[in-house]
Design a protein around this ligand. Structure first.
Ligand code: AHM
Ligand code: MG
Length: 333
């Protein structure tokens, strides 16, 4: 190992300065659950070829999508690892229709939303996938949760992050005080701090969108994409990169700058990506890194979902790029 300053995620969590020690310990404990779920999921993905874990499970989920075997393994890992921390009040998962309760006696103070395995259509061809999570403080003072605990503004989140199962496995996290990236060192089984205070460029040179949907786009998206691709006036056209795994596309946007887009279009009038466990947690990361995330008009973190699986359009990345997109959007509304 060539690290000179080995800070594990566990040690970093305990030393993170939050004024209230009890809160810091609760958060550190919760994050232990999240990193355990990510390690289990990582392991299952890496061993899938040997253990017949690729392919479909033979059922569909609440979104009528085909569920993969690895979707089920990751969802179970998140539910079990989080419940066992005793810090969770209730959970929302992409894979489940309703709010997931935590048995009485095991319940804590945090509401967690997660997409256990995002980009799973990429699994069988060995392309990077990820997990996404968001953390809100609970609202209900009694033992029973209600929808008001989960139908919340993104800005009320106190932590969020993602795991990227790529050429290296990373966990990228914010507790509302900047963005930090940890890389899994498989030899010791620990996430090690490798990316301190991650920030996103003010302006990038890459756009990321499913261009196969361009016939369904509205004028503002069409005009904006044409604008950044053009070389009029000696401009350098933006490069196109689209993996089709939101975590991977947003991670690249965070590191290299540019804009990731999943707009509303005539085929998907609300967009495709879901607010509570895809858009909001990654918007928190991008804003904490100095970037912007918008639905075209409003900062995504200021939106409040009406149901737990609500979708919304999203444009996130370098602040210059997202602001320009908003200008194109304003011209057509
Ligand atoms: P999933 O959670 O079912 O995997 O769907 C979400 C994924 C995102 O990772 C990605 O940005 C998007 O779907 C890609 O959609 P499309 O194939 O329509 O471009
Ligand atoms: Mg997803």
């Amino acid at each position: 190992m060539s690290h000179t300053n080995l800070i594990t995620l566990n040690r970093w969590l305990l030393s993170e300065t939050h004024k209230d020690l009890a809160h810091r310990l609760e958060m550190a404990n919760l994050m232990q659950g999240i990193q355990l779920a990510c390690k289990i999921t990582n392991n299952a993905i890496k061993r899938a070829g040997f253990e017949q874990l690729f392919g479909l499970a033979g059922i569909t989920n609440v979104h009528s999508e085909d569920v993969k075997k690895l979707d089920i393994i990751a969802n179970d890992a998140f539910k079990m690892a989080l419940k066992s921390t005793r810090e969770v009040f209730c959970m929302v998962s992409e894979e489940e229709d309703s709010i997931i309760p935590v048995p009485e006696g095991q319940s804590g103070n945090f509401v967690i939303t997660f997409d256990p395995l995002d980009g799973s259509s990429n699994l069988d061809c060995n392309v990077s996938v990820g997990s996404i999570f968001g953390v809100w403080p609970k609202i209900s003072s009694d033992k029973n949760f209600s929808e008001k605990d989960v139908l919340r503004k993104g800005r009320d989140m106190i932590a969020s992050g993602y795991a990227l199962y790529g050429s290296a496995t990373m966990l990228v996290l914010t507790l509302g005080n900047g963005v930090f990236g940890f890389t899994l060192d498989n030899t010791v089984g620990e996430f090690i701090l490798t990316h301190s205070h991650m920030t996103i460029k003010h302006k990038g040179q890459i756009y990321s969108i499913n261009e196969g949907n361009s016939v369904y786009w509205d004028k503002s998206t069409q005009n904006y994409v044409n604008h950044i691709k053009s070389n009029e006036g000696g401009k350098t056209p933006y490069s196109s990169r689209y993996i089709g795994s939101m975590v991977s596309d947003v991670h690249r946007t965070l590191l290299y700058g540019g804009i990731f887009m999943y707009p509303a279009d005539s085929k998907s009038p609300q967009g495709k990506l879901r607010f509570l466990y895809e858009v909001a947690p990654l918007s928190f990361i991008v804003e904490q890194a100095g970037g912007k995330s918008s639905d075209g008009k409003t900062a995504c973190l200021d939106l409040v979902p009406k149901n737990i699986h609500q979708r919304n359009p999203v444009f996130m990345g370098s602040s210059h790029d997202v602001s320009l997109l908003e200008k194109f959007h304003a011209e057509h509304t």
